[in-house]
Each structure stands twice: as structure tokens, then as C-alpha cells.
Design a binder for this molecule. Structure first.
Ligand SMILES: N[C@@H](CCC(=O)N[C@@H](CS)C(=O)NCC(=O)O)C(=O)O
Length: 386
């Protein structure tokens, strides 16, 4: 908790260049929450937020009562638990719920390779913009002329992170081919439906918006690509930042989800994309993690990354579209995958049958059988091994 003046508004510590900020911000916008975007470069972040959560990370939200909520998903769930959602992020029917959670995982974690590649490997188009933006948001107190060198320092750290996610000169052509496929499939879906499941955004839209806003929908090179090749997808990125439903091209649509738990063909295509392009990494990550757990046997409730709060426990290898990829293993992704598995486990038999049929149809059955031997949960702003 922090001391907050009464009747203060929600505060969202974010900046526009941040991938995960977009997910939380879009949710607040769509719920019509009265909030302020605050820069984590403001003195209050260092004075109050960072000491409380123990690391520098965004997005973070503070409530009018002074509660601190960290992590995009936790911010969304905070409003859901308070019954403050105007449009719940979680559909009530089984196929909708599971499909939406899968797209959340894919957007926030599975699309990091294209997000990082299209930000960091097109310097001619992007670099001036990125350095200017990083400087603007991270160093607002520094005179503009002196920001560039400091921003370059941050940029070199993020370039290294891109390599850790598996973005290398050898994998780049295939990352581009995969993104072109995915972009075309998203575009085909949003030509027929304003959001993933019809007339309102759900958790899958918010998760997808993570990689499809700050990086793929805002940096100059990928933005131009999207403007040229995927205009209905571009429209969805506009819609996700608009408090109105913004479905002007869908005459007569209202804010309801598709009836009868229907999964449109265009969404099945996207789920099959998750199976072909992300499932191999999930399997490799889990095999690595279960070996790591057997060897390291962390104590109950031990914080992931220990004192340093490091987010990765090692590197895994997997075959992806015919290439050998090396990528970091982050237990946070297990936490996100568990959300799908928990939702699946809570279904009754007929609902599970419907979801099993969807999995069989889209090649995703392994998503619920690929499990960690220890649960990853979140407590006190960190991930812990249960
Ligand atoms: N699991 C977190 C991830 C947040 C995250 O990684 N945020 C980035 C900015 S987009 C960050 O703060 N990185 C700080 C760092 O890497 O030091 C969430 O979903 O909110």
C-alpha cells in the first residue's frame, strides 16, 4: 500500500513504447475506468512503487485506496474481482474462454520474436524514432539533446534480449515469413469480426494487443508493413485504444459476443497458427523446466530467480519451421499457460468435450497435457514455485 489522497484516480505507470503496458491500458480504456497514465520516470515511482515491488517493471497500477497492483494480468483481474468490469475480459462459455486465454498467451509471449525483430532490426526506419521515444519517456528530465546516448544504452540491452528470445540473423527470414502469415490471418479475421469473439474485446484481444501495439503497430517499419498489408488488423489496433466499440465498418453489430460459443473459422486458423508456431516452444520450455525442477528442487514458495528476481532459468532448444531455435525459458510463461489449463480443468464433462473437439481441430491438444511438475503462482508482486 502507499499513501494516496482520498478520491485520487487510478494511476497506470506505463509508457507508450512498452509492450505489456498496452494490454493493461487497453483494458482500462475499454472499461471506461477513470485513470491517469504516469511515467515510471516520475519521482513517485522510485520513491513508492519500486521499493514496494522490489524491481523496476511496468505496467504497475495504484488504486485510489493506495493498493499497488503489478503485472498486466493482475491489473485486469483486479477489476474483474471487484466486479468493476463493464465488459468482462473472461467469456462465460467454454470454447470462447479457452480460445481467448490461448490468444492471450500467444500475444503476450508467443509473438515476442516478431515484436523484437521488427523493433530492433530495422534501424534505418526505426532507430531515430525509438531513441527519441525512449528518451522522451524514460528521461523526460534530461535535455532532449542529451537523451540519445542514454537511450542507446537502454537499446543495446533490449537488442541482447531480442537474441535471447531467438531473434538472430539466421532466424530472421523465417520470423518474417511467420509474421506475414500471422498478419494475413489476423487481417482475415478482423475483416469479419471487430474483436476475436465478436462485438467486444476479451482477454485474448488484450493479450494480442501487447505485441501488436507498441512494437508491431507503432514502430515505423512494422506500422508501415501493417498499413500496407493488413488494414483490418490496423483498424483493430485503433479500436483497442478507443473507449467506444469503434465498429463503424460493421453496421448493425452490438457489443455482444458470438452466440452459441461459436468459434469462427478465421479464429480456428489463428489457433492452428499457435499450434504450428508456438506449441513447439511450449513443449521445449516445459521439458527444460521439469528437468530443471528435478535438479534444483526449489523450496515451497521459493521466489523465481531468487534475490535477483531473474526472469529466466536457462535456454531451451526446439525446432521451429525447420530451424533450430535457442530461446530463454521464463517461468512466467508457465503461469500464463496454467491459466488455460486451470480453466480447462474447471470445465464439466460436456464443456470439456467441446473444447477437446476444438483442440483436435486446431492441433492444440498438447496445450493441456504439457504441464509443469510445480505450479508457478504470483505472490507479493513476484512469481513463486508452489
Ligand atoms: N509479466 C509482466 C511483464 C512486464 C514487462 O516485462 N514489462 C517490461 C516493459 S514492456 C519491463 O518492465 N521490463 C523491465 C526490465 O526488463 O527491466 C506483465 O505482463 O505485465
Amino acid at each position: 500500500m502507499i499513501d494516496a489522497p482520498m478520491n485520487d484516480r487510478f494511476k497506470l505507470y506505463t509508457w507508450s513504447v512498452s509492450l505489456y503496458s498496452a494490454k493493461a491500458r487497453a483494458y482500462l480504456i475499454k472499461q471506461h475506468i477513470d485513470f491517469d497514465d504516469i511515467s515510471p520516470a516520475s519521482p513517485e515511482y522510485d520513491a513508492d512503487i519500486r521499493p514496494a515491488i522490489g524491481r523496476w517493471i511496468i505496467p504497475v497500477m495504484t488504486t485510489p485506496q493506495g493498493e499497488i497492483v503489478q503485472d498486466g494480468t493482475d491489473i485486469i483481474d483486479w477489476f474483474e474481482k471487484q466486479n468493476m468490469a463493464r465488459l468482462s475480459a473472461y467469456p462465460e462459455t467454454p470454447c470462447h474462454l479457452i480460445a481467448s486465454l490461448i490468444m492471450e498467451l500467444f500475444g503476450g509471449e508467443g509473438m515476442l520474436r516478431p515484436a523484437m525483430h521488427y523493433r530492433w532490426n530495422f534501424d534505418e526506419d526505426n532507430l531515430d524514432f525509438i531513441l527519441q521515444q525512449f528518451g522522451l519517456f524514460a528521461l523526460p528530465q534530461v535535455p532532449p539533446g542529451e537523451r540519445r546516448d542514454m537511450a542507446l544504452h537502454a537499446a543495446s540491452r533490449m537488442r541482447k534480449a531480442a537474441v535471447a528470445f531467438g531473434v538472430t540473423p539466421e532466424t530472421a527470414p523465417e520470423i518474417e515469413a511467420a509474421y506475414h502469415d500471422t498478419m494475413a490471418e489476423l487481417d482475415a479475421h478482423f475483416a469479419l469480426h471487430p474483436y476475436l469473439l465478436g462485438g467486444a474485446p476479451t482477454i485474448g484481444d488484450y493479450g494480442l494487443f501487447a505485441s501488436l501495439y507498441a512494437h508491431l503497430g507503432r514502430d515505423p517499419h512494422p506500422l508501415r508493413l501493417m498499413q500496407g498489408k493488413a488494414q483490418m488488423l490496423l483498424r483493430w489496433t485503433e479500436r483497442m485504444r478507443n473507449p467506444s466499440p469503434d465498429m463503424v465498418e460493421f453496421i448493425g453489430r452490438d457489443e455482444s459476443l458470438l452466440v452459441d460459443d461459436a468459434i469462427p473459422e478465421t479464429l480456428k486458423v489463428l489457433l492452428a497458427r499457435v499450434a504450428s508456431d508456438y506449441l513447439p516452444e511450449i513443449k521445449a520450455m516445459m521439458a527444460f523446466t521439469n528437468d530443471w525442477l528435478a535438479e534444483n528442487n526449489p523450496g515451497p514458495n521459493e521466489v523465481v530467480g531468487g534475490e535477483s528476481l531473474g526472469r529466466s532459468i536457462g535456454m531451451c532448444q526446439f525446432n521451429w519451421r525447420g530451424l533450430n531455435i535457442n530461446a530463454v525459458v521464463m517461468p512466467y510463461r508457465i503461469f500464463m499457460l496454467q491459466r488455460i489449463q486451470d480453466a480447462y480443468d474447471a470445465l464439466d464433462a460436456p464443456a470439456r468435450e467441446a473444447v477437446d473437439a476444438l483442440f483436435a481441430d486446431t492441433g492444440l491438444s498438447a496445450l493441456v497435457t504439457t504441464r509443469s511438475t510445480r505450479r508457478v503462482e504470483r505472490e507479493n508482486y513476484r512469481e513463486i514455485w508452489r
